[in-house]
Design a protein around this ligand. Structure first.
Ligand SMILES: [Zn+2]
Length: 169
């Protein structure tokens, strides 16, 4: 089932998600729906707060559904190591039409649980590292617009307000 994606400035996007404690059929259904919703929007990642569920859960798939092995379910994640710097363009399904360069660590190691509750650690760099940081920000209630320079943030907030006035947001 394709879920409705919550757009900025819905307050759920700015609220830290609750830890996931039940690894049950309901969670698996939410994960399946989140992947379906990500693919329908041609996205590479989605966090539960973006579909109105305030939980520490994200799904990531850099292949956008083409490679089953690229499907990652990241539950209760934390970044345990970060190094280096990258400055690349990002988008966000909760900010349609907004794309902007954001500073991120080049490499990260995360610790998280999978959809069955099993803990794992995973290293990532470049695009996947950026995706981890973007999605883990979401479960912490942090949005990429607040990682931009003040100038770019203001420009984008103005663009959003204009789209809202025109009924296009
Ligand atoms: Zn996002």
């Amino acid at each position: 089932m394709i879920l409705k994606i919550v757009k900025y400035p819905d307050p759920i996007l700015s609220r830290p998600g609750e830890p996931v404690t039940e690894f049950d059929a309901e969670l698996r259904k939410l994960v399946d729906d989140m992947f379906e919703t990500t693919y329908a929007s041609q996205g590479i990642g989605l966090a539960a707060p973006q579909v109105g569920v305030s939980k520490r859960l994200t799904v990531i798939d850099l292949s956008v559904g083409k490679e089953p092995k690229d499907k990652l379910v990241i539950v209760n994640p934390e970044i345990i190591f970060a190094e280096g710097k990258q400055y690349e363009e990002e988008g966000c399904l909760s900010f349609p039409e907004i794309r902007e360069k954001v500073v991120r660590a080049l490499k990260v190691r995360i610790r998280a649980q999978n959809e069955k509750g099993k803990w794992f650690e995973m290293d990532a760099e470049e695009l996947l590292a950026r995706c981890f940081q973007h999605e883990i920000d979401h479960v912490d209630g942090m949005l990429f617009i607040f990682r931009m320079s003040a100038l770019k943030r203001d420009l984008n907030l103005r663009k959003i307000r204009k789209l809202q006035r025109e009924g296009k947001w």
